[in-house]
Design a protein around this ligand. Structure first.
Ligand SMILES: [Zn+2]
Length: 187
């Protein structure tokens, strides 16, 4: 397998994805799909969170995974060389069927990445691609989740505004989730 380095200082974004697969599929299926069927030379994501809550690392820490097609807009240049990709398994046909365990473990995994990369911003794939992925509005989600800030070890509600990327470059959020970009809170 190819190894493309992703040094800590290069990480600017943490992107949330769905596998868009049946929920009973597992990380082995995903790995098989990306590496054997699509014949990619690197993993599809860094982390996969199964419906049972099992968290599995696919791409080694410090290396790039696939996940996003390079995209540039006035406030963002995002590509696999500056992004961590976290994926929940499910989301077939755009359905947000995250389980409780999955949601819990997705947040727990995110906590660690927010700590590890203190300047990285979180976003959903659908903010920089015409896709439903990850089947929910990450901006709204990030503002209301309860998580532990590992820098202070305190529980808090809502990821700080400056750590949420607000662009909806293809208006997927506004179209599918009624997200009103004019009403967004500014950091
Ligand atoms: Zn995606």
């Amino acid at each position: 397998m190819a190894y493309r380095p992703l040094p800590d200082e290069a990480v600017e974004y943490i992107m949330i994805h769905t596998s868009a697969s049946p929920q009973e599929y597992t990380w082995e299926w995903l790995r098989y799909y990306f590496l054997k069927i699509l014949k990619w030379t690197v993993e599809g994501y860094h982390i996969i969170v199964e419906d049972t809550g099992l968290v599995k690392r696919l791409a080694p820490h410090g290396s790039q995974s696939n996940g996003v097609k390079a995209f540039r807009a006035k406030d963002i240049y995002i590509h696999n060389g500056n992004t961590i990709h976290l994926c929940w398994e499910g989301g077939m046909n755009g359905e947000d069927n995250r389980t409780e365990m999955q949601e819990k473990e997705l947040i727990r995994t995110l906590e660690w990445y927010l700590w590890k990369y203190p300047n990285a911003k979180i976003l959903g794939h659908n903010q920089v691609a015409v896709k439903l992925c990850p089947c929910f509005n990450v901006i709204e989600w990030a503002r209301k989740i309860e998580y532990t800030d590992l820098h202070t070890n305190k529980r808090r509600v809502g990821i700080p505004e400056e750590r949420i990327y607000k662009g909806d470059n293809f208006k997927v959020l506004s179209y599918h989730f009624g997200y009103d970009i004019k009403k967004q809170k500014v950091a």
